[in-house]
Design a protein around this ligand. Structure first.
Ligand code: ADP
Length: 163
């Protein structure tokens, strides 16, 4: 699998699936989650309610339609919320691994990822980048291209330097 980094907005990516940094309730939120629900429109929330009546566990992944976005699917993951004391790093790496498993179930060949837990959930950015890249490199998958979408130039530079 090729791994690339771009600076930009996750909702604008021309890929088969975009990954959402969701929360356990799966009913929308701020940051990436808010942007994805805005760009995808009400069909995303409808699908979340229908397919995930009880939400999703931390570290797990599940898919919905991408609604009006260019991508076909959203793969929702729930990263650990460090600001609430969830410090288990395996929950963060699990998000990337499970997202690729769900992508394989869907037959998605290109997947765009945000830096899960690196925003409101308070994971230190350096380690969030390392967790993303090491897990994407180590997970066997049929996905051909994983794109890390860095929000802002300094994050882009950090991810590039580690790629
Ligand atoms: P979490 O709650 O998992 O920490 P956030 O959405 O708060 O998720 O932030 C995760 C990362 O995504 C942060 O680095 C944040 O700067 C970045 N981000 C925020 N909005 C977007 C967007 N529209 N596209 C890509 N990345 C984004």
């Amino acid at each position: 699998m090729d791994i690339e980094v771009v600076e930009g907005d996750i909702t604008q990516q021309d890929v088969d699936a975009v990954v959402n940094a969701a929360n356990r309730a799966m009913r929308g939120g701020a940051g990436v989650d808010g942007a994805i629900h805005r760009a995808g429109g009400p069909a995303v929330l409808e699908d979340c309610r229908r397919r995930f009546p009880d939400g999703l566990a931390t570290g797990d992944a599940g898919w919905t339609t991408a609604g009006e976005m260019t991508a076909r699917w959203v793969i929702h993951v729930v990263g650990p919320n460090r600001t609430r004391g969830e410090t288990d790093r395996s929950l963060l790496t699990s998000c990337y691994r499970r997202a690729l498993e769900v992508a394989d179930e869907l037959g998605a060949r290109s997947v765009a990822f945000p830096l899960i837990s690196a925003g409101a959930y308070g994971w230190p950015l350096d380690d969030a980048v390392d967790a993303a890249l090491e897990t994407l490199r180590a997970t066997p998958t049929e996905v051909e291209m994983a794109r890390v979408v860095a929000f802002g130039r300094s994050t882009y530079d950090l991810v590039s330097a580690r790629l």
